[in-house]
Design a protein around this ligand. Structure first.
Ligand SMILES: [Cu+2]
Length: 489
């Protein structure tokens, strides 16, 4: 089936179901506002005296994206997203993982300060969950905020492994501090399905010609681009737009949205016509200056927490701003009480996502050392797939990147390629210092988008000894060279 047919299928599904006649869904995780402690509706830690607080089963499963659209994947405990793991800051947690597949697996706790041997990363020395075996992960729930967990297995040319599967879920660490008053909270994970390789990339957002592009080379690279990962089907959680339960709201409600991009390959932009997102946290970390925005941009690996005030009664589509992605399923209906009309979409005003608007006035202690990292693409390399270089070579990097405990590092990311990359560092948080020449402070993240030919500077204090993986969060880029391992001296 051609891509276009899939797209049509997505649109047809929306027309067939429409708003107001929606099937009951099992996908949308929608909760009333929790009290100080998680309620029973969430996956609450079990009795601490028991062997494990949580159990995850890795196994093949079917996902009903819409009636008559059922895909097969590997998931956690027969759910997509996997069960919400909710824990309190500082709590010692044991997660037992049962692997009912024929291949070794690694489960990574994204955004946590986990020891290397528990981080779920082969390159850091974490042992695998063996095929048809089990393994316990134990760690302290730190730091508080919106985290997530996902497969960290290399996929290479197998588009049915690692991040290409349904192995992802939300992990919330509650601090006891009120994150701002709200009436209900929802967990929304953005995904594509049925990945394939192609040299056409109709879904990509072309780089904005007005971007500063400080890393653009004088001579353009004329080598033809290689195969990249594309997808015909999109969803929020496990449902195509219109196929699941709507998000039901009351006028005047404040809805806390935990947005996660669990995609293996694409940056997404979301809007809700007639409403604004008050962004309060990036990658789970409260921002110095919460701001309302019309569009949220979110890259693979990133999280955005935003409060949406429901002050425009009607039935609306919360969706990807690209028509092709929304029509292929990336959206969810927001339905006010006693409103029965068809769900409406309207393109948002043209805006540009800029992390720095959420930051504070820039002041940073001088770093002990500055580390420059240059990223380049080798277009259409072996097997027709693009390969990636970090400081001139593909992974592995054996001794290039060394941290000394307690020292402050300034990492300068030079993106000399025509793609945007979400760069992620494990087991640490960094603070944004500068993005394409714009200074900022106070924004703490674990994943940052470095735009095409762009530059980002971040500061990091080396305070979590152990092997630490750094990589692009686009699975194909990571698998084909875009990784580096930091060691502590
Ligand atoms: Cu990348």
């Amino acid at each position: 089936m051609k891509r276009r047919d899939f797209v049509r299928l997505g649109s047809a599904t929306i027309i067939a179901t429409g708003a107001g006649k929606l099937r009951p869904a099992f996908g949308l995780q929608q909760f009333p506002r929790p009290l100080q402690h998680p309620t029973k509706a969430m996956s609450e830690p079990k009795n601490p005296e028991r062997a494990a607080d949580f159990t995850l089963q890795i196994a093949p499963m079917l996902v009903e994206l819409a009636p008559q659209v059922v895909i097969s994947t590997i998931g956690y405990s027969n759910k997509v997203p996997g069960p919400l793991l909710r824990m309190r800051e500082g709590q010692r947690v044991t997660v037992e993982v049962v692997n009912d597949t024929d291949v070794p697996e690694w489960v990574h706790w994204h955004g946590l300060f986990t020891p290397s041997e528990m981080d779920g990363v082969q390159e850091e020395g974490t042992p695998p969950v063996p095929p048809h075996g089990r393994r316990c992960y134990q760690f302290e729930a730190q730091p508080a905020g919106s985290r997530w967990y996902h497969s960290h297995t290399a996929a290479m040319m197998d588009l049915h492994r690692g991040a290409y599967t349904g192995q992802f879920g939300f992990l919330m660490i509650d601090s006891g501090h009120d994150p701002g008053h709200y009436d209900q909270e929802v967990f929304l994970a953005l995904r594509e399905w049925e990945y394939f390789l192609s040299t056409m990339d109709p879904d990509e957002n072309p780089p904005d010609p007005n971007d500063p592009m400080p890393e653009k080379p004088r001579k353009p690279d004329l080598r033809p681009n290689g195969l990249e990962v594309s997808a015909p089907l999109y969803s929020i959680n496990d449902k195509i737009l219109g196929a699941g339960d709507p998000l039901r709201v009351q006028p005047g409600q404040r809805v806390l949205m935990h947005l996660l991009n669990a995609s293996a390959s694409q940056i997404h932009r979301l809007a809700l016509p007639g409403h604004k997102f008050q962004v309060i946290a990036l990658d789970g970390n409260p921002v110095p200056a919460p701001q309302p925005v019309d569009v949220v941009e979110i890259a693979p690996g990133e999280r955005v927490d935003a409060i949406v005030e429901m002050n425009n009664p009607g039935v609306w589509i919360l969706g990807e701003i690209r028509d092709v992605a929304r029509q292929a399923g990336m959206g969810i209906v927001v339905e006010y009480a006693n409103q029965r009309q068809r769900a409406r979409w309207a393109p948002p005003p043209k805006t540009r996502w800029d992390y720095t608007i959420f930051g504070a006035t820039a002041t940073h202690p001088a770093p002990d050392q500055t580390i420059d990292m240059v990223f380049e693409k080798v277009p259409g390399g072996p097997n027709g797939i693009n390969h990636w270089l970090v400081n001139g070579k593909e992974y592995p990097h054996e001794g290039e990147f060394i941290f000394r405990q307690g020292c402050r590092y300034r990492l300068v990311f030079h993106n000399r390629s025509d793609d945007s990359h979400p760069l992620h560092i494990h087991r640490h948080l960094f603070e944004l210092v500068e993005l394409n020449g714009k200074p900022t402070a106070g924004i703490k993240k674990d994943t940052v988008i470095v735009p095409a030919y762009g530059r980002a500077t971040v500061d990091l204090v080396a305070d979590h000894p152990g092997l630490t993986l750094f990589h692009c969060h686009i699975q194909q880029h990571m698998d084909f060279g875009f990784m580096a391992l930091f060691r502590y001296a």
